[in-house]
Design a protein around this ligand. Structure first.
Ligand code: GUN
Ligand code: ZN
Length: 430
């Protein structure tokens, strides 16, 4: 087996820095050995050189070597309309999002955008993402085929919606069930690909459609389920009007069998006490999408409170409601929202959310999101002095966290100097 010994500032996690002191939760090593697509060992450079004398050595100096970023909630079909001006959620969907998603009826367009999306995100150091597709099954095929060709571990699903959406994006309860089932059978568990049953959000699905998708999840509990929850105040009022018998927004999923530990609930900002309790009881994953929440004006996610009460939380761009493809920019926004709520998130907590936290949310924590021997070799090399502005700040840094934080706050794709996917260097810098 060909092995590679990478030396640099190797950062990994021994624990969760939200409930353990960050010095105990993190590890800093000198080297990592990869081979056959896996992490083989992490440790002192001399020890690993002795134990792996035939390994090819690649020295990354002061770069941080860590797990690739995991983006737990994106809409790849919104790549071409990211940063669209001046609307809030429902208006934004109707004005910008739905017309763009309608273009994915053309399989060639879906393939073109999927390739573009993966190029843009790998340059940002994102090695895994969980994406919504459009209602068109071909948009799902395009996404999975592109991920498969690149050897990436991804989660995705056909977005289902049978009301309150334009005719050219609408499916039915039956076609949503049939198409989702066929796609699940075609892609789930193939190579590194995973399927998520995907009702967009309850205002866009009739009770019949939610029932059908709940039934599919019961039949295929090994798949994931992703949707949106309590993102904006107007949206919540709309949900109340559409489901007068529901106890709250979460109940519009719960009563149809769409609440569970393998469920991913995007945004989850304006939660009622019952919703918080139920989400924690079932061990569901919440996905924080901070650039989206500020960009569309949704509100301030309660990271500190939800973490303290034991919720599972991942981090995500929510491209293109989110305003960036970069998980660095996303961590910066999470930090800023934390500040607005009175909690300064530590760089170790931000990096944990963008790797281990998101991987756990996707149920993939055994394989990705950390440098654990036996895990998949999805890694990135981060240049901590990627721009003059960052470099001059880092020159004053007194420890690794002070050296990393400027890149979290001010960094972008220029900070990502290499990406390894299943052990293969992608050569993102050409
Ligand atoms: N709620 C339903 N659909 C969407 C979407 O595409 N983006 C965001 N941010 N929220 C949604
Ligand atoms: Zn979303």
């Amino acid at each position: 087996m060909t092995e590679t010994l990478l030396t640099g500032r190797v950062l990994s996690f021994d624990g969760n820095p939200f409930d353990t002191d960050f010095t105990d939760a993190t590890r800093l090593d000198e080297a990592v050995v990869i081979g056959a697509g896996k992490i083989i060992a992490v440790g002192a450079a001399d020890d690993l050189r002795r134990a792996h004398p035939w390994a090819t050595h690649s020295n990354w100096g002061n770069h941080v070597l860590m797990a690739g970023f995991v983006d737990a909630h994106v809409h790849y079909p919104q790549t071409a309309m990211i940063a669209s001006w001046g609307k809030r959620l429902i208006d934004w969907l109707n004005t910008y999002t739905f017309p763009e998603e309608a273009r994915f009826v053309d399989p060639a367009y879906a393939r073109e955008v999927a390739a573009r999306y993966f190029d843009l995100t790998v340059a940002c150091g994102t090695t895994t993402m969980c994406s919504y597709c459009t209602t068109h099954p071909t948009s799902v095929d395009a996404f999975f085929a592109e991920a498969q060709a690149r050897g990436q571990s991804v989660v995705a699903g056909k977005t289902c919606m049978d009301r309150n959406t334009p005719d050219d994006l609408r499916d039915t309860a039956q076609t949503a069930y049939d198409d989702s089932k066929a796609l699940l059978d075609r892609w789930h568990g193939i190579d590194r690909l995973h399927y998520a049953i995907t009702p967009r959000f309850s205002p866009a699905s009739t009770p019949d459609q939610l029932t059908a998708l709940g039934q599919l999840w019961t039949e295929r509990p090994d798949s994931l389920m992703q949707t949106h929850l309590s993102e904006q105040i107007d949206e919540i009022a709309w949900v109340r009007g559409l489901f007068p018998d529901a106890r709250d927004y979460l109940d519009t999923y719960e009563q149809f069998g769409l609440l569970g530990a393998r469920g991913l609930y995007g945004h989850a900002i304006h939660l009622e006490p019952r919703e918080r309790d139920r989400l924690r009881e079932v061990g569901a994953a919440l996905v924080h999408c901070p650039t989206s929440n500020t960009f569309i004006g949704s509100g301030l996610f309660d990271m500190a409170g939800l973490m303290a009460s034991g919720h599972r939380i991942g981090l995500a761009t929510d491209t293109g409601g989110g305003s960036s493809f970069s998980m660095l920019r996303t961590m910066a926004a999470a930090y800023e929202i934390g500040q607005l709520r009175g909690t300064a998130l530590h760089p170790a907590q931000l990096l944990w959310l963008a790797t281990v936290g998101s991987a756990n949310a996707l149920g993939l924590g055994q394989q990705i999101g950390n440098l654990t021997p036996g895990g998949d070799a999805d890694l990135i090399a981060i240049n901590l002095s990627s721009t003059p502005a960052i470099a001059q700040r880092v020159a004053q840094a007194s420890d690794i966290w002070e050296a990393i934080f400027p890149t979290i706050m001010m960094g972008d794709d220029r900070a990502i100097d290499e990406v390894w996917i299943a052990g293969h260097a992608r050569g993102t810098k050409g």
